[in-house]
Design a protein around this ligand. Structure first.
Ligand SMILES: Cc1cc2nc3c(=O)[nH]c(=O)nc-3n(C[C@H](O)[C@H](O)[C@H](O)COP(=O)(O)OP(=O)(O)OC[C@H]3O[C@@H](n4cnc5c(N)ncnc54)[C@H](O)[C@@H]3O)c2cc1C
Length: 414
């Protein structure tokens, strides 16, 4: 196997996990990353390995999205513009919110959840990085009657697909985690989930990959694919340098679109910008990873800092940080926790989620270009499913087929 050279495009959780499984099986691997390694959404996300989390399209979600669009303080923001690809994407999203379609999605999300959790534990045990990994569950926390109804309805649907949940009233929640304020009514616990500091994890993973002999090239962007006999045989970098490879894995998040087009595939994918605000951990420091139902803001303790993360902004492929949206994170979280309103700010950040219209990733061979594998579109679940995706890609590439049936994740399904 060592004579097989694999080129991985994109140094986020998906590309680096694929590299880890590939090098572990003896392949020679090069990762190219247009920016700094481990600085993308994969490092800046909320740090929740969310087992049982729902895909972005969900029954009732398109109606909720319409009302959010009229509310400037809501988690959703779409600056008005005429963009045909966005309009098509929104229509596809609306159609994917049908209950039958969501049921279909959950058929693959469940197995992907379980595989990924095993992969997380396998990688963590092997690389031994201290990244605050806790298998203590994730909470959907509410502070209103409407929030409670929403959390309970969503939990009921998740349970139909075999996801375990537990209901906690406000007192039980405060007993578990005294940082929650008296304004919190209760929560639904998803006990199989985990939290971690994703930036620290990725730094450890990159160190392990380098030690295993993976070549990692930062600030190196791929412009197009190399072809020989209608087969992908590597990539051409911006600047003209060519990298030859036996097989190529494309894991370039929302930036995958132009490269995917170069391979003859059309993916309805939008960049869903999200923000984080890192605070110095308040006293008492929250211990649990949670999502606040009323605002969809995630709150995750990460050692001496507390990360508030969320909002979904469809403003194209850019990393402009809108301060107003960062401030909304703190305003949304302050009523739920003592000390958050005053806590000192450490860092404000934004990054992009790769969002397909139907909420499912694409994990597939490129239908029209042999030798190219696509691994993208994980939207708000990429941290959760990145390691499992990496393993499946390595199996497909080295064994000829993946151990899960991935037909729901085909690139030509749209
Ligand atoms: C605010 C926020 C909170 C989130 N919270 C969670 C969470 O709690 N749990 C969860 O499961 N998921 C979460 N997510 C989603 C998750 O972070 C993403 O789905 C995941 O990081 C996507 O990983 P990736 O490897 O596909 O993409 P990325 O991490 O973006 O990596 C892709 C890399 O490819 C590089 N690249 C692009 N084009 C090229 C090119 N041409 N040549 C070379 N390199 C290129 C990019 O620079 C980038 O570094 C969150 C996302 C956000 C924004």
């Amino acid at each position: 196997m060592a004579d097989k050279h694999i080129l991985v495009i994109g140094g986020g959780i998906v590309g680096l996990s694929a590299a880890w499984y590939l090098v572990g099986r003896g392949a020679a691997v090069t990762v190219v990353e247009r920016d700094r390694i481990a600085a993308s959404a994969s490092a800046g996300n909320a740090g929740i390995v969310a087992i049982g989390h729902r895909p972005l399209p969900w029954p009732g979600r398109s109606r909720q999205a319409l009302s959010w669009l009229l509310d400037r303080s809501s988690p959703l923001y779409i600056p008005p513009r005429l963009d045909l690809s966005l309009l098509k994407w929104l229509w596809g999203f609306h159609r994917a919110c049908r209950a039958e379609r969501v049921a279909e999605c959950m058929e693959i999300i469940g197995p992907l959840d379980r595989l990924s959790l095993r992969c997380w534990e396998e990688i963590l045990a092997a690389i031994g990085v201290a990244c605050g990994w806790q298998r203590a569950g994730w909470l959907d926390v509410y502070a209103s009657a409407a929030g409670r109804r929403q959390a309970e309805q969503e939990a009921a649907v998740s349970r139909q697909f075999g996801v375990r949940t537990e209901q906690l009233d406000g007192d039980a929640l405060r007993e578990r985690d005294p940082a929650f304020s008296e304004q919190v009514h209760g929560a639904v616990l998803y006990p199989e989930s985990c939290i971690l500091d994703p930036g620290r994890f990725l730094t450890g993973l990159v160190g392990d990959l380098r030690a295993a002999g993976v070549t990692i090239r930062e600030e190196t962007a791929v412009q197009r694919f190399l072809r020989r006999d209608n087969r992908c045989s590597g990539a051409v970098l911006v600047g003209g340098e060519e990298i030859a490879a036996d097989e190529v894995v494309l894991a370039a998040c929302a930036w995958s679109n132009p490269l995917v087009c170069d391979a003859g595939v059309k993916l309805p994918m939008q960049a869903g910008k999200g923000y984080h605000l890192d605070l110095v951990a308040p006293d008492p420091a929250p211990r649990s990873g949670c999502v606040l139902v009323e605002s969809s803001v995630a709150v995750t303790p990460m050692g001496d800092k507390l990360r508030l993360a969320g909002t979904l902004e469809f403003s194209g492929l850019n990393l402009h940080l809108h301060r107003r949206r960062v401030d909304m994170l703190r305003r949304a979280a302050a009523p739920y926790f003592r000390g958050v309103a005053e806590a000192r700010e450490r860092e404000a950040w934004c990054g992009l989620r790769p969002c397909t219209a139907d909420g499912l990733p694409v994990i597939d061979r490129a239908p029209q270009l042999d030798g190219l594998f696509l691994a993208t579109g994980h939207a708000k679940m990429g941290l959760t499913h990145g390691p499992g995706t990496g393993k499946l890609i390595a199996e497909w590439l080295l064994d000829g087929e993946p151990s899960l049936d991935l037909s729901l994740l085909r690139a030509d399904r749209f």
